[in-house]
Write a protein that binds this ligand. Structure first.
Ligand code: 5RP
Ligand code: FE2
Length: 241
């Protein structure tokens, strides 16, 4: 029997927050489920953001799970540093490493939830031999590197395909969507099987970020069969996250 679907969670992306006032931005989304942190190295994507030092600083100001999205080449060189910094989830791109199987196992051995991300042009088949090693699958719904881009509608079909794969294998893995997610695009994504909505611009460019989180939660909850989560208590590692 297929395990029950996880609840829909809202993960504001700090990429769209005020980087000079990160702690303040975090305090403005107390109703979030996870905080999404975008790490970019200027090689895998043409943009440069933050590293473990900033994750460690965030760890001191929030008990929410820190959902770290590594958009870096050879992420294996830095997973231990992010684990020490207090990340709860580490998501790596299939396109960024030669040793995905080894890397996902290592992230789990470190006690973190392991995520595997697909660029828009990467087919779902890339998950075939590794999906059992993942606690979440991140479907990029824009090309990675920048916030505020337009959602790519074809990615709804990809979310459906990921959900089908998980059902075939009877896996209760989260399906996270990232890029151009707002109250207009979220319903189709949740209907397709997304269980985690990352939203940067929609949340932090709003005068009321907590209200934007609530609106996303409401539209997700309105989609039949997928109960919207309330904000969950903080926690670390894989257990209960
Ligand atoms: O991974 C990302 C970009 O590569 C970001 O998480 C994503 O773009 C969120 O920002 P927005 O909601 O503004 O599209
Ligand atoms: Fe991201």
């Amino acid at each position: 029997m297929t395990p029950p679907l996880p609840r829909v969670r809202i993960a504001p992306s700090l990429l769209a927050a005020d980087f000079a006032r990160l702690a303040d931005s975090v305090s403005r989304v107390p109703n979030a489920d996870w905080l999404h942190v975008d790490v970019m190295d200027g090689h895998f994507v043409p943009n440069l953001t933050v590293g473990p030092v900033v994750v460690a600083a965030l760890r001191h100001v929030t008990s929410l799970p820190l959902d770290v999205h590594l958009m870096v080449e050879s992420p294996e060189s830095m997973v231990e540093a992010f684990a020490r910094a207090g990340a709860n989830h580490l998501t790596v791109h299939v396109e960024a490493t030669h040793h995905l199987d080894r890397l996902l196992r290592h992230i789990r051995e470190l006690g973190l939830r392991a995520g595997v991300a697909l660029n828009p042009g990467t087919p779902v088949e890339a998950l075939d031999y590794v999906v059992e090693l993942a606690d979440l699958v991140l479907v990029m719904t824009v090309n990675p590197g920048f916030g505020g881009q337009h959602f790519i509608p074809q990615m709804v079909r990809k979310v459906e395909a990921v959900r089908r794969l998980l059902e075939e294998r009877q896996l209760s893995c989260d399906v996270e969507v990232d890029g151009g997610v707002d109250d207009k695009t979220a319903p189709a994504l949740v209907q397709a099987g997304a269980t985690v909505l990352v939203a940067g611009t929609f949340v932090f460019k709003d005068d009321d970020p907590a209200g934007a989180v609530t609106r996303l939660r409401r539209v997700s909850g309105a989609v039949a069969g997928f109960p919207a989560a309330g904000p969950e208590a903080g926690g670390s590692g894989r257990a209960g996250a």
